[in-house]
Write a protein that binds this ligand. Structure first.
Ligand code: 5GP
Length: 212
């Protein structure tokens, strides 16, 4: 019997300060079958960030070599730095049945949508623009200039919500996480995902009763 147990590919994006990182962290803590893809980037590590854990920190030449070698599922330039999703690890995890989260920007999400048949696209929204601004300032890791850049692009980015499958407002992290877990539960029950499994097991049962 064929086992159709490929994991789900979950693309999570939303503007800086919407709380994607915190949500993904809690999702991972609560769900053993989830894997989060570690991206490569050319930006400098922030205090406390570890190579291979938060990102693979690469110089620009190495990054470009990887683009040319076709190593990325998608890549994009965000705020003047390159970011990319390593393709082989994501595929390996999906094949092994793990659900894989890509926490990537909107350009990257659009590329995944164009290039791949799969993907559940979840857009994380802040409760309000005022709150978003507060969160970006509170993070405090940005210079005044990059803070303004991030805030301005958040205004633009929110327009892309219509290209996603789901929108989750991150008012309270636990609630947002619960909503995403419910989305994943519903996705696992979708007939177009599981019909072969159901039909195969039905055939298997008849076969057993006739011949065993
Ligand atoms: P940060 O520099 O704050 O860690 O991330 C900046 C933006 O880059 C965030 O919106 C983040 O989701 C996005 N990002 C992180 N990794 C990737 C990636 O592999 N591909 C794309 N397209 N965006 C990414």
């Amino acid at each position: 019997m064929v086992n159709h147990n490929r994991g789900l590919l979950i693309v999570i994006s939303g503007p800086s300060g919407a709380g994607k990182g915190t949500i993904c962290k809690e999702l991972l803590e609560k769900n053993d079958n989830l894997f989060i893809s570690v991206s490569a980037t050319t930006r400098n590590p922030r205090a406390g960030e570890v190579d291979g854990v938060n990102y693979y920190f690469l110089d620009k030449d190495s990054f470009i070599q990887k683009i040319e070698a076709g190593d990325f599922l998608e890549h994009a330039e965000v705020y003047g730095n390159y970011y990319g999703t390593p393709k082989s690890k994501v595929e390996e995890m999906l094949l092994s049945g793990k659900d894989v989260i890509l926490e990537i920007d909107i350009q990257g999400a659009l590329k995944v949508k164009e290039n791949s048949q799969e993907g559940i696209f979840v857009f994380i929204l802040p409760p309000s623009m005022e709150e978003l601004k507060k969160r970006i300032i509170k993070r405090g890791s940005e210079t005044e200039e990059s803070l303004m850049t991030r805030f301005k692009s958040a205004y633009q980015e929110i327009n892309y919500v219509s290209t996603y499958n789901y929108a989750v407002v991150n008012d309270e992290v636990h609630e947002a996480v619960k909503k995403i877990e419910s989305i994943l539960t519903a996705e696992r029950c979708r007939v177009d995902r599981i019909k072969e499994n159901i039909l195969d097991s039905k055939e298997g049962l008849i076969h057993e009763q006739l011949y065993d």
